[in-house]
Ligand binder design. Sequence first.
Ligand code: UD1
Length: 419
Amino acid sequence: MDKLSITGGVRLAGDIRASGAKNAALPILAGTLLASTPVRVSNVPHLRDVTTTFELLGKMGVRVTMDERMGIEVDPRPIHDLCAPYELVKTMRASILVLGPLLSRYGEARVSLPGGCAIGARPVDIHVAGLRQMGAEIDVEKGDIVARCKRLRGATVVMETVTVTGTENLLMAATLANGRTVLKNAAREPEVLDLANFLIAMGARIEGAGTDTIVIDGVAQLEGVDYAVLPDRIETGTYLVAGAMTGGRVRVREARPTDLEAVLEKLEASGAQVTTGEDWVEVDGGGRRPRAVSLTTAPHPGFPTDMQAQFTALNAIAEGTGVIEETIFENRFMHVLELQRMGADIRIDGNKATVHGKAFLTAAPVMATDLRASASLVLAGLVARGDTLVDRIYHVDRGYEQIEEKLAHLGARISRVPG
Ligand code: UD1
């Protein structure tokens, strides 16, 4: 298993490019299943979860062609196996995103139930309830969700909790349903809006994406298009935190700062100077130690849970005390135990972590437990005294494209140790 070796203490400086957003690329690739003709998707990041999605589509018989320059071409026409098997779903929960498109386009689907996940229970009951309301018959057989329908019909679905992939699944399902679907309490994340824009480009009739009520009028068919995935706001935010933590100056190009408001606000509160242009954002830590910030995670436009671990790491070396409250996922503090091994002073009480900033962290061998937790360990390594070795970085590779190249470009002393 590969590891990352990081020697802390370098003030980062320079600029890097944001990759395409993982959390938009995954639903968009699932959404290609709705098309009647080939679809081209560009700005798709080279990530493990994306490779898993290609594998999933490939197993169904879908033809996926990669072209460095043009992007990815997905031809759904040869599909013959409407199934997402356990061996893939267990490595990537987002595989559930094929359920809505398969059912809507082909009238049946078999998708393995995602098992327990390291960051909380993460059920899929809202996905299933919504599809049932749209007329699907759904059973669980041998650990698989088995779904059937003639043609889905429009319905008004009030989602009990704000769920990102739940909204995306129902949105995709509704595009080919008979009649009007109204999704209430919908997720407003930029990735949901990007998916909606992709579907609209293919011919779907959708209003209100990006708000909490989305109205979809079903159409008979969707056609292939050329679509570029939006920039990754979580990746962008992670590099900005790296800049602030090291007191450095980091600019991220080809980004979308308007998607990052809650994060930029906290970076400013930490004492960093934040400057934005239309498609870039820069943070300047001015050589100072950051101030601790308090925050509470919430659905968009609130503070994203996917940036929580990174700010926990920032607080660990900040001046003062910050309280981090996690309201989206239970058990999303696994990075805290590892940060403590590097000397961080963090107390957990239920869903709150109180972080007393220390003047410095001490390098240690640490273990990544999930995607964002692993990013926080890399950040901690950048400021720790000595050499930090982050193990199990396949978690990092699920969500960060070329992390060591990008950080090295900013001056970090980081390398991948093959294992
Ligand atoms: C997506 C993101 C993930 C991010 C999360 C929250 C993708 C591929 N992943 O995950 O990076 O951390 O949004 O912003 O886009 N819930 C239910 N029943 C359901 C579905 C969800 O109770 O049927 C609950 C979950 O347990 C959780 C909350 O709703 O407490 C939000 O989860 P959800 O938005 O669904 O997360 P994901 O879509 O899996």
